[in-house]
Structures are given as structure tokens and as C-alpha cells.
Write a protein that binds this ligand. Structure first.
Ligand code: DX5
Ligand code: ZN
Length: 224
């Protein structure tokens, strides 16, 4: 069943818990948390403390915390984010020369393993991890900031990865992140994505979080 993963990056940092609750109240079953280190990406967000603070709220709603690590040396932080309560830990293939070792570390820490790729990284770079990853995250903007425009070539990349996952018989989730809105949501699901990350389309603008999530629901038949 396709899922919407609201990204808290676009929410007011002084009200993360309230904003997350609004998304869960509106039916979201995933919450996407963007961790940035100011090195791999030109922005800094938050660390494991925010994940830990949101864990009890996610438990209240039986929601999953989907942690996207846009950091260098992610292997040094897998255990702290797992202990903080991440359900899914996604690392960037560009940061992991020893990707299988990091994958094992993530599983040993009790999390689902996700692998992300930047817009400029070809799908072929995932060849050896694809049969075993739990989630593949296609960045459809260059990571670092919310509110950027969707890069159109991402749709073909999603189609390629969906074909490859199907050919492998993989049950991995295929997630798309960046510039996702009710306007392109259906196209992305048709291309083969089954988790849509949305930051500004959920937490930005003048409408309420509930209205924004309703707009996704009306754009497609989507279990959020
Ligand atoms: C960007 C982050 C995204 C971001 C998406 O580097 O990985 O998760 O929150 O924001 P929008 O939906 O506004 O493009
Ligand atoms: Zn993200």
C-alpha cells in the first residue's frame, strides 16, 4: 500500500511535536526525518535527540520514523540513531565505500536498511545492494533543502529501479524525496514509487496540515 511520509524539515522547529501530531492525526503512518551535517549537504538540521523526542509520539500512533541520514561517515552514527528510535535508517550510497558493512550494522541495530541516491548518481550504483535493501530512496532534488523543484529525470530513474526490484522479486519500498506534491504524486506512483516524501507540500503554505494531506488523498487513492 503506498504511503505518504511527511518530512518535518518544512515544519517550524519550535513546534516539531505539534506538527508531527497533526500529520499523524490526519492519517500519516510515516514521518520522514532529515538529518544533515553541513558536510555531505550544505545545511545542518538535527541529531538523534529529535528522533528520541518524537519516538513516544510515533508509538502513540503506531507510526514509523523514517530517518534519512545526509551525513558523511554514517557508520559512526547508526547505533545512536537506532537507539534513539529510528525504524528505518537510510544512508546515501555516495557516503558509503563499504555499503554492505553499513547495511549489516543497520540490521544488527534492529532497523530497516534504506539506501539513497542523489540525482546525479546512476541507478547502476545500487546493483549490489538492491537485492538486500529494505528501502531505496530516489532523491528528486539535490539534497540539503526543502522547497526545491522536482527534477523531471527522476521519474525515469524510479521506473528503472521499480523494474529492477520487480525482476529481483524484492519487496523493498521505493521512496521518492524532493519536490513531491499532489500535482505529481500520481505520476510518481505510476512510475513505481510506493513511499512519497513531502515536506513543504505537507507542512508549508497557508493550508492546515490536515488540508494538505487531504489534497494528496484527493490526488490519488493513497493510504497515508
Ligand atoms: C531534502 C530532504 C527532503 C525535503 C523535501 O534534502 O531530503 O526530505 O524535506 O522537501 P520538499 O518536499 O519541500 O521538497
Ligand atoms: Zn529526506
Amino acid at each position: 500500500m503506498p504511503a505518504l511520509a511527511p518530512s518535518l524539515l518544512a515544519a517550524d522547529p519550535g513546534h516539531y511535536a505539534d506538527r508531527a501530531r497533526a500529520a499523524f492525526d490526519a492519517g500519516a503512518e510515516w514521518l520522514h526525518l532529515d538529518v544533515m551535517d553541513g558536510h555531505f549537504v550544505p545545511n545542518i538540521t538535527f541529531g538523534p535527540g529529535v528522533v528520541e523526542a518524537l519516538r513516544p509520539l510515533a508509538d502513540e500512533y503506531d507510526a514509523r520514523l523514517d530517518v534519512h541520514l545526509m551525513i558523511e561517515e554514517p557508520q559512526d552514527y547508526v547505533d545512536v540513531f537506532a537507539d534513539a528510535g529510528a525504524d528505518v535508517l537510510t544512508v546515501h550510497v555516495e557516503t558509503c565505500p563499504h555499503l554492505h558493512r553499513v547495511a549489516q550494522q543497520i540490521w544488527d541495530a534492529g532497523c530497516k536498511m534504506g539506501v539513497a541516491l542523489n540525482p546525479a548518481t546512476p541507478p547502476g550504483h545500487l546493483e549490489s545492494i538492491l537485492p538486500i535493501a529494505d528501502l531505496v530512496l530516489v532523491m528528486s532534488v539535490n539534497p540539503g533543502f526543502g522547497g526545491q523543484s522536482f527534477i523531471p529525470q527522476s521519474t525515469a530513474k524510479i521506473q528503472t529501479l521499480r523494474r529492477q526490484l520487480n525482476a529481483l522479486g524484492s519487496n523493498a519500498r521505493l521512496e521518492v524525496d524532493g519536490g513531491v506534491s499532489p500535482d505529481n504524486a500520481m505520476e510518481l506512483l505510476r512510475a513505481g514509487a510506493d513511499v512519497l516524501v513531502a515536506g513543504s507540500a505537507v507542512f508549508g503554505g497557508d493550508q492546515s496540515v490536515a488540508q494538505n494531506i487531504e489534497a494528496f488523498r484527493s490526488a490519488l487513492t493513497l493510504k497515508v
